[in-house]
Unconditional design. Sequence first.
Lengths: 410, 305
Amino acid sequence: MTRPSPGRYPAGVRVASLIVVAACGAGAPAIDRAPPVEPVREPALGSSLEPALEPALGMNDVSILLPLPRDPHAPVLAGIASAGLIERGWFDALVTDHHDIAPRVAAPIAFEDFQVVAVRFDLCERAAVGPCPRDVDGRLRLVLQPMYVRAGATAAHDVALHAFYPVPAAELAGVIAELRALARRHPIAPDAALTVSPAAGDAAYLAQLRALVMRYARGAQLAKLTVIGQVADSAAFAWIFRGVERRGDAIVALDIPGIPRAQQTLQLAGGDTVYLTAPVVDAPAGFALAINGPRFAAATLAERTGALAALTAIQNPLVHDTINTQCIACHVATFLTARRATTIGVAPDAIAGRFASRHALAAHTIADTDPRVVRGFGWAASVPAISQRVVNDTAQVLAEIEARFPLPPR
Amino acid sequence: MRSLLRFAIVLATCGACSHAPTASAPPVAPSAPPAAASDKVIPLAGGGNALWWDAASATLYLTDSNASALIAWTEAGGLTPVATVPAGTAGVSLGGVVRRADGTTIVANFGFGTQGGLFAIAADHTVTALTGLEPSRRRVGLAQDGGALYSAYFVGGRGQASVGGVARVTITGGAASETEIAGASTSAGFGKIVGVVATPGAVFVADQTEKVIWKLALPGFAVSKLASVPSADLLAILPDGDLLTGGGPAISRITQAGVVSTLPGAAFEQVRGLAYDPAGQRLFILDHSLTPGSPDQLRIRPLPR
């Protein structure tokens, strides 16, 4: 299955693209104006008579990691406040009022400093493990981080918000069609691995994506907001995980599965990586062993194999999801799987229970190699971080899209 | 019709284009802030913390919390491992280093509230975990003056108030005993005590919570405030008696009269350990990376006496 070439746009889409580029260019300050976009090529002779071919969506079409902005004050897609993505009351309830999250470099951060760094589309809120039921609302998730300048380049602070918005069930088919239209604009090999969006350098692509995102990402529609951020007063690398959600007219703290608390903390200690976690539950069984290097080293082979199986299960969307998984698990599993598997001489690919998909499941980023990275889909300073969990989730979303919204026969 | 609808939606959104430019930068490898032109920069494989300059052997000692090891650095030999310290299940975070007259090196173990203690590394590199010390004390700084050894620590933290202290430590074989000279037992009012240096006339401690350098006068250990600083971390002392501390992107210099100034030079990410080589007139700085993907650095900066 191949995507149509860029020249195979339906005529209406071509016209819309050209007008959008012109309109945006006129409004952008000269210093921030996007690089010139190549004019859309005219289709080859005769191709205008061909029906528009719908492309199969790939990993980078439903999970979109944006590049860092050149100017930290000029978001690539949207800023939290200027775009009205999140009402300040939500942010205050989640972050400000607690006075415990702050970056450890550069100046203190404010609500207005957050900007969208990643976008994820899903067919449901994943309230149960397994494929999404039909006739439920889809989900749009935005990842937002504040920026600063480090060594002359834009970098992202180690604080991130995840904002979740419903996509009405009746509109899901239309959203999928729009994602396919976006994919058609920037064809990427269907088997390409998840990475920084190859399409996001194109102003027209971004404008169309922005339009789609802004239709649903409105402050009044926000359903859930979570944060992972560095502990303000910690000399060591340490993070706080918590969230809030809308219940009726109230904003209430999210419960963490298996833990009678609404917050988890994680501190990185040295040695062969020890994640000190409070509170923590040994779920799935073996996880508590996996997060402690000295204990893992002293364990029996069976225990260590069990710990690896726990890490693998955590990353399998057909077995674990937010409904039954403690916050920290998905955010440390990528590094720990690579590290612990190496310790006992096992290839991560060979661990039983590993999620399988026909989509590209490779995810080799700093999240594999640096225990200081807990970002699942965002930026660690100026380096992209993509967790295996997000890769697997994305592949699962694609599989479900293909099943529910199949491409028309060729 | 569908194309027209899309056109209308996209066009409407373009009202936001003026503040939503699309310029973007490609990913770049992380790099630390530029060092001063005269700095010698040595990237470290692990997580560094405290430093100790041994003038007799012209050797710098530092701890590596990733490898759980004591590392030595010399001008000729660079970095070489000295000894590996047993990794506790609470995690490794090695703190202060002092070199005793008998050739033993003492290393503080932070212990994360459950395994705080000291390791003794003999001249033959044999490592002993000293017994008899309070494990709940999160130990960072170590100092000595003559035969007197001092351990700085705090309890609490991680959401609870930190209560700091400093104790005089006596070592006999593999056992140690400690007597708090200032802290909770003396109602000193210390917060997160991190750094310590000792002189014949006083012991000085750095309080990271209060951002204060405290002076404990000898004899008697009467506590007084020497100075407030922008940030506080491990302490070092210069030949003229001035103190140095970091904790942030700059190094503060504090005179014995409590006057604070900032050492000139390029900024750091987070200054931790400091040590001075009087003969070489150079300052060793442990620049701790706060950025994933970027290593800690040992920096060597000329600093005339």
